[in-house]
Each structure stands twice: as structure tokens, then as C-alpha cells.
Write a protein that binds this ligand. Structure first.
Ligand code: NIG
Ligand code: FE
Length: 456
């Protein structure tokens, strides 16, 4: 059902995700009286000292045209730059904080059922890779995805994507990898593509047929790698249905050699390449990411200084997933060392039914600050601009710069620190996608007034 923005005003008791009316973006809007924090995009991911490079406009404004940012900065200079044009709508943000919409660069949220029992087993001491070896873990998700209709899979995935949106995510990567045969992987990728078409979210699809060795290929990883190379990658490339190819380089899963073959084939077929590296063991995945100049290496819990330097030299982005370490009760990735050694750091949820069941970027932000000891500014860059670079979306997302999509969130606080400070809840009050209000939290918790839409 389509609702107009005015409906928001009657949301006093319920939070809601709204669908913008068609064509509603074709207007000029002025968001004023906001405390704006944004990384400045100078054409490359921010690393080292620059990982903390955030611009602040204390009494700031954003002027949008047709869903894009037309001016941003101090309110006075924005008003001067747009005169004599009149906005069609003016939104007073009551001094609250605006940051770019989160970019979640790593999720597996297209799955059919949960694995709560396995979570309990892990709490009782069972090991993640042992569970996988016995046919559980990823392989149990494979069984349920293969058995689910496309409509069932869509409805579960849509629920997770809507939850992500309500936590401020406006751009999202979703990986396949619970199908592990050509038809089921294509089914997942069609669902992922449809999520991006139907919801007010930009979705980046990643093919991850190399997520585990399916039961029918047990003990025959080379044969399964050949199936990926000879059948899956050509089918996916022919339908142009995935932008990246990812693989799980881990003991008992894919070796460095198999990984190299798969990723080289994917690259030849036109996909960008990514690697789940050093999640449990340092098998050489990070070194492979450096060798192949992958766009990103992800997890990196057991990465060494040598690997970090090699990745930094090769222009790889490190995507860190602190909710996974938290849920697996492991040490966090060495984020401080990465910043020190000049590796650009991004953060994501890793939303999946096994190792990290959360859609919440505010939760991940809090873990990045309090667990991995990134500063607030570093975590903001990691969850927006660097995350956008790590999935090839920086031209349109990741910062509040002129020409980019007007994707931003209004926080119930004065600065992005609220994301780590107000723990365990979401301080996301409003989410704007291409300047349209797509989510509004029921009520400001800490103040009485709601930001007013004066133009309505
Ligand atoms: O990022 N490591 C591999 N993939 C996921 C887990 C997937 C699962 O357990 O279902 C991860 O941790
Ligand atoms: Fe993952």
C-alpha cells in the first residue's frame, strides 16, 4: 500500500516503514536546523589518520532536488546558495543529528529459517566448523533454502531487509550461498534482486556459491569448485544477476588454490571479487585478497600485521564484522592495528542465521567503538563511506556530498556518539531514502517534540 509522507504525523503509537508515493522525489526539499556529520568523499576510501575525517556542520542544512543532494553545509550558506529558489517542503530537524544512511556491506540475509538450536549448541561448547563438518551450520541453511519456494524465501528476506532499513541502512549488500547448486543460487539471486526493486533500499547482489561444500560433493571440493567455475559463474554472468563473487577461504571449506581459480573465473566473467578471509584460521585468504587486488577482504579476525600491510598496499578494504566475533565469543578483529597500518576499515552486520543474527548497524557501530576501539568518527566513516567503497557504491552513497543520493538518517541525539552511547536500542528516528521519508520511529524517546514537516 502506498502512503504519503503526511501519514507519518499520525504515527504516535507505532513505528512504521513507509512506501514513498511514486514521483514524490521530484521535489525540492530543505532539511534545516540539523547537526550534520558526514565523511567527505575525496574519491577514495579513507585510511590511517584520514579514517576519522568527518565534516561537521553545527547548524546545518541539506537541500535536495529530485532525490539527490543539491547543497549541504552551514544553514546560512545553503540558504544563500539556493536563493531565490523556494523549497517545496521544509523540514525542521530541531537540532538533532543527521548522518549518511548506513551502508551495510556484508550480509547473508537471504535465508529460509533460523538456527536457534545451533546457537544453543555453540553456547554449550560445540565448535562452529565441527557443526558444519557434521552437516549442520551453513549446510542446514542450504537444506531449507533448497526446500523453500521463491515466494517463501522472498518473504523472509524482505522482513530482514525492512528491519535493516528501520535501523538506518539505506544501501545493502546481500550474498547468495545457501543454494550451492546452480538453480538454487539463481533462485536466491532473483530474490535479492527483487528486494532491491521493491524496497526503498539499494541492494548489491553478491554470488557466493563457494560458501561451503554441499553434501553431494563431500570429499570432492575440487569437483565442486569446477561446477562453480564451469556452470554457475557462466549462468550468473549471462543473466548479469550478481555484481561480486565472494568465497569462504577456510580450513575444511575452500583452499587458497581453489579460491584463486574461482575468483579468477568470476573476474573474467565481469564480477568484482571479495574473500571471507581469516575468519577462523589464517589460511592465506588475506594474502590471496592482496594478490588478486580484491575490492575487500572480510572478517579478518586472525589477520597478522604482515597480511594487513599486504592488503593495504594492494588497495583492499577490510570489512570488519564485530557482531560475528561477539556472537562467536571471539576476540574482535585488530581494527586499531589496521588503522595504524593504513588499511581502510569498513564495518557491517554479517546478518546471517548462524554466526551473526542481527540487522542492526547501530549495534555494530557500538561494538566497533566499545569493542574494537574505533573512535566515533572512525566508526562513522567505516559504516558509511568506506562501506560504500567496499561494494562499489560510493558514487551514489556513503556521504552527504552534492550529486549523491539524499540518503540519510535523523538520530535522537546531538552527535553520532549516541549510536554507541545509547546501547541496545536504536536511536534512529527517521530514515530518508532519496529524500523520501521511508521509516519513522513512533516517538522521540528523549524529547517531547517530533521534528516538524513545516511544508506539509
Ligand atoms: O560470514 N563464514 C561464512 N559465512 C557466514 C556464516 C554463515 C552461516 O553460518 O550461515 C559468516 O560468518
Ligand atoms: Fe559472512
Amino acid at each position: 500500500m502506498l502512503r504519503t509522507v503526511t501519514v507519518v504525523r499520525s504515527f504516535s503509537t507505532q513505528s512504521s516503514v513507509l512506501s514513498p508515493p511514486p514521483g514524490a522525489a521530484m521535489v525540492r526539499k530543505l532539511f534545516r536546523n540539523a547537526s550534520i556529520y558526514t565523511p567527505a568523499d575525496k574519491g577514495s576510501p579513507l585510511c590511517g589518520m584520514r579514517q576519522a575525517e568527518v565534516n561537521r556542520f553545527e547548524k546545518g542544512a541539506i537541500f535536495t532536488k529530485d532525490g539527490k543532494i543539491a547543497a549541504v553545509g552551514d544553514e546560512r550558506s545553503v540558504l544563500a546558495s539556493i536563493a531565490p529558489a523556494h523549497p517545496d517542503e521544509e523540514i525542521d530537524c530541531l537540532g538533532r543529528c543527521i548522518v549518511p544512511g548506513f551502508v551495510d556491506p556484508h550480509t547473508h540475509m537471504c535465508f529460509a529459517s533460523l538456527r536457534e538450536e545451533e546457537f544453543i549448541q555453540r553456547l554449550e561448547g560445540m565448535n562452529y566448523l565441527e557443526i558444519l563438518e557434521r552437516g549442520g551450520g551453513i549446510l542446514s541453511s542450504v537444506r531449507s533454502v533448497r526446500g523453500a519456494s521463491e515466494a517463501e524465501l522472498y518473504s523472509v528476506c524482505r522482513g530482514h531487509a525492512l528491519a535493516a532499513l528501520s535501523f538506518g541502512t539505506t544501501t545493502l549488500e546481500i550474498k547468495s550461498g545457501y543454494g550451492l547448486d546452480t538453480q538454487s543460487e539463481l533462485k536466491m539471486l532473483r530474490v535479492i534482486e527483487r528486494i532491491g526493486r521493491d524496497l526503498p533500499l539499494d541492494v548489491v547482489p553478491t554470488f557466493m556459491g563457494a560458501h561451503a561444500i554441499p553434501g553431494e560433493y563431500a570429499g570432492a571440493a575440487d569437483e565442486y569448485a569446477a561446477l562453480i567455475i564451469d556452470e554457475m559463474i557462466p549462468a550468473i554472468a549471462q543473466q548479469a544477476i550478481a555484481r561480486f563473487c565472494d568465497l569462504f577461504c577456510e580450513k575444511g571449506v575452500f583452499s587458497v588454490d581453489q579460491g584463486r581459480r574461482i575468483l579468477e573465473a568470476a573476474r573474467k566473467a565481469g564480477m568484482g571479487v571479495k574473500i571471507h578471509a581469516d575468519e577462523v584460521h589464517d589460511l592465506g585468504g588475506a594474502a590471496l585478497a592482496a594478490e588478486l587486488r580484491a575490492i575487500s577482504a572480510e572478517h579478518l579476525l586472525s589477520s597478522t600485521g604482515e597480511n594487513i600491510r599486504a592488503m593495504a598496499r594492494a588497495g583492499v578494504i577490510g570489512i570488519l564484522l564485530p557482531a560475528t566475533a561477539y556472537s562467536m565469543q571471539k576476540e574482535f578483529a585488530p581494527a586499531r592495528e589496521m588503522v595504524k597500518l593504513g588499511l581502510p576499515v569498513a564495518i557491517g552486520t554479517d546478518c546471517n542465521p548462524g554466526t551473526s543474527y542481527t540487522e542492526s548497524m547501530p549495534f555494530v557501530f557500538g561494538l566497533a567503538v566499545l569493542g574494537m576501539r574505533l573512535s566515533i568518527s572512525e566508526a562513522l566513516v567505516a559504516s558509511t563511506l568506506n562501506a560504500a567503497y567496499s561494494i562499489g557504491m560510493a558514487e551514489q552513497a556513503g556521504s552527504l556530498d552534492v550529486g549523491k543520493n539524499a540518503d540519510f538518517i535523523l538520530l535522537d541525539g546531538e552527535s553520532p556518539a549516541i549510536l554507541a552511547y545509547h546501547a541496545g536500542v536504536s536511536p534512529v528516528m527517521r530514515v530518508y531514502k532519496k529524500a523520501e521519508l521511508v521509516y519513522a520511529h513512533a516517538k522521540a524517546r528523549s524529547r517531547e517534540e517530533e521534528p516538524g514537516d513545516a511544508g506539509l
